[in-house]
Design a protein around this ligand. Structure first.
Ligand code: UFG
Length: 327
């Protein structure tokens, strides 16, 4: 079977990608430092513990498995944290990706599928963001991902490294089989925090700002189901296998939901109200991030068929009630 090196394969999105890769006939080789990820989430192929910045370890892993491609998920990804501690984002995300790409080129592994983010666009009020929109990130997380996009482009020019870049909008939901799901410690994301509040695992959900320039005053995001997201990654891999050239795709649904709308949907799905507190804005947040994702649909043939808010919350709720990991 063809090996695919999956950095961050022990994390939320990476572990779902490993499951999908195995189902599609590949062997996903997880490379993860377990800083954020969970050993128990590595269920679908070999595990190699290591850091993105460790060139020697990366060289060993490339030599041992000779992967046909890299899916590069490993990253720090908390917007607020990136404002407080930008150096860790530049070190881990940018310097780490540089080391990874150098090792990949050295090993002759020249196909990369990369997790980027709509946070690279920054706050562009009332714009539906397509791939050609200017990128003006307003936090170090978005800036670090934009820098890696530039790095990929330059490595293509110099070394022929082909890449598909996916700019994710807000990923949510869980494996419908319940084998894996979203589990961060600390958790910062809206839906798992809201489910914790519904479940009594925390006192209340704090809404970060009710004075944004949106109809109900809370931020708007475009939520995409993690299973749909990983489907796109497999299509991206096939795209590279067919030698169709490097490309950037947004992955969102084109529909935005406010924080209050997400809370209302969760009440309907779980039959329980989340206790909420209205708090101040979180530094680094954008008002509204909504994708135009017609490119992925038209060119990759991607269909985000599980990405209704109701389905994402229902799958996350099922996982939330059953699953947790141990390192
Ligand atoms: N929010 C709250 N209260 C919370 C947590 C979140 O009101 O306790 C709000 C946020 O302010 C934001 C929305 O819910 O308006 C979504 O917040 P998340 O933290 O769930 O997600 P972000 O939009 O900040 O960021 C996520 C990923 C990033 C990715 C980004 C793209 O963490 O990696 O989506 O929008 F880049």
């Amino acid at each position: 079977m063809t090996n695919i090196l999956v950095t961050g394969g022990a994390g939320y999105i990476g572990s779902h990608a490993c499951k999908a890769l195995l189902a599609a006939g590949y062997t996903p080789v997880t490379y993860d430092n377990l800083g954020i990820g969970w050993r128990d989430a590595v269920k679908f192929g070999p595990f190699e513990q290591g850091d993105l910045t460790d060139r020697e370890r990366l060289d060993q892993v490339f030599a041992a498995y000779q992967p046909a491609a890299v899916m590069h998920f490993a990253a720090l990804s908390q917007v607020g944290d990136s404002i407080r501690s930008p150096e860790t984002y530049w070190h881990n995300n940018v310097a780490g990706s540089l080391t990874l790409l150098q090792a990949a080129v050295h090993a002759g592994c020249l196909d990369v599928v990369f997790s980027s983010t709509c946070a690279t666009y920054g706050d562009q009020d009332n714009v539906v963001l397509d791939e050609n929109c200017a990128q003006h990130p307003i936090n170090a997380y978005g800036a670090s991902k934009r820098a890696i996009e530039d790095m990929l482009r330059d490595f293509e020019g110099a070394y022929g490294l082909r890449h598909v870049i996916f700019r994710y909008f807000n990923v949510a939901g869980a494996d419908p089989d319940g084998e894996i799901g979203e589990f961060h410690r600390p958790e910062t994301h809206l839906i798992p925090l809201m489910l914790d509040a519904i479940d009594g695992k925390r006192d209340a959900l704090t809404i970060f700002g009710t004075d944004w320039d949106t109809p109900d005053g809370t931020c708007i995001r475009d939520y995409v189901h993690v299973m749909d997201l990983v489907d796109a990654h497999l299509l991206g891999l096939k795209w590279l296998e067919r030698d169709k050239g490097s490309r950037i795709f947004n992955l969102g649904t084109g529909t935005g939901f406010s924080v209050r709308e997400v809370i209302d949907h969760a009440g309907a799905v779980t039959g329980r109200e989340a206790p909420v507190i209205e708090g101040p804005r979180r530094p680094g947040d954008c008002t509204r991030l909504v994708s135009g994702s017609t490119c992925a649909e038209a060119e990759l043939g991607w269909t985000p068929h599980r990405s209704t808010l109701r389905q994402m919350i229902a799958d996350a709720w099922r996982w939330h009630q059953s699953g947790h990991y141990e390192r």
